[in-house]
Structures are given as C-alpha cells and as structure tokens.
Design a protein around this ligand. Structure first.
Ligand code: SF4
Ligand code: SF4
Length: 185
C-alpha cells in the first residue's frame, strides 16, 4: 500500500469530516483513499463470510467501553457510522485474512494521526473513540435508554438499532468541540 499517499490524503481531508468520531463509507474513502478502503472492504468480506466477529465470545466492543454495545445486537448498532478505530481494528482472529495488510493499515492510521497532530489538527483526539461519551456526549445521552432497554430485554434490538442509527445519521461534530478538546487537554 502507498502509505505516504494515504497519510497525505488524511491530512488533506481530516478537517472536513463533519460527523467525527462517527464516519461513513464515503467519508472513509475521502479520508484515506481508494487503496485503503479496498483493503478494508476485502477484510470485511472475509469477516462476513467467516462470521468472525459475529461468533466472537470475547468482543472488543465492551472491552473498550463502548456505550452502544449490547450482546443482544447481532452487529454494531451504528455499523454504517462506526468510528475509524472500529473499522481498522482486526484482532489476531483475522490473521488468515493477511496479517501484513492489517499491520500496514494500523501503521497508516497511526502515522496519519501523528502527522495531523504535528500539523496542529484539533480533530486528532476524536479518533480515540470508542468510548463515545467524551466526544459525542449528546449521542450517547440520547441513545443510552434504548441500549439499556435492549440489555434488559424490554426493547426489540432491531427496533432499537433503527432508532440509534437515525440519531447517528443526524449527528454532526459540535463546532465547539475542537476548542473544548484544547481546553480540557
Ligand atoms: S475484532 Fe476480534 S475481538 Fe473484536 S469482535 Fe471481532 S473477532 Fe472479536
Ligand atoms: S461503535 Fe465500535 S465499539 Fe461500539 S458497538 Fe460499534 S463497532 Fe463496537
């Protein structure tokens, strides 16, 4: 993969992605370029075919403290909008999909963040999500009752997923967030 091209693309576009820490497929494409999104799509296809995450007994979502996770969901409730970290995290169970590609993707992500931070981007920390509460507090506050109800068995997971996705679709990074991140450190 052309690492330099991907990092330059990241630097060029990071300030224009308006829903971070959430992101869509087209925005991923805009952010990292064709080669990276093609590589990720290939691993995702492998995941769908082998049902690796679906069958996983030790999911990374609760481990990282994601507020939207409930074991009752059969996939991420904001799959179409899941953060970059979720899209580029492939644990050892993906080794057969191509460990060297996975390592390269991790390197590109790390180097992109490093370069953006050096360039003075205030958006770099948004890529630390999940968890989501620090950088998307309104989204977590609105969706928390639905996730809780799913966990308790009082709300149908598919219905909850649609409600949560509608909120994710409307979500935009608050204009003041960059300033808040700088002040809070
Ligand atoms: S990335 Fe690995 S740990 Fe996370 S859900 Fe998928 S298989 Fe499980
Ligand atoms: S947002 Fe990420 S961590 Fe949270 S449930 Fe979705 S894939 Fe898992």
């Amino acid at each position: 993969m052309n690492k330099k091209k991907a990092v330059n693309s990241f630097l060029e576009h990071v300030e224009h992605i308006r829903r971070l820490p959430l992101i869509t497929d087209p925005e991923m494409h805009q952010l990292f370029g064709e080669e990276i999104t093609t590589a990720v799509a290939e691993i995702d296809r492998f995941n769908q075919k082998e049902q690796i995450c679906l069958r996983c007994q030790n999911r990374c979502c609760p481990v990282c403290g994601c507020e939207l996770y409930a074991p009752e969901f059969d996939q991420c409730p904001i799959y179409e909008f899941r953060p970059v970290l979720c899209r580029l995290h492939f644990c050892h169970q993906f080794n057969t999909a191509g460990r060297s590609v996975i390592i390269e993707l991790g390197d590109i992500f790390f180097e992109s963040l490093q370069a953006a931070e050096q360039a003075g981007s205030t958006k770099v920390r948004l890529f630390e999500s999940p968890p989501l509460a620090r950088y998307a507090p309104d989204l977590v506050e609105t969706t928390a009752p639905w996730v809780d109800a799913v966990r308790k068995g009082s709300l149908n997971p598919e219905h909850a997923r649609k409600l949560i996705c509608t909120e994710a679709e409307k979500y935009l990074t608050p204009d003041t967030l960059g300033t808040a991140i700088e002040i809070n450190g």
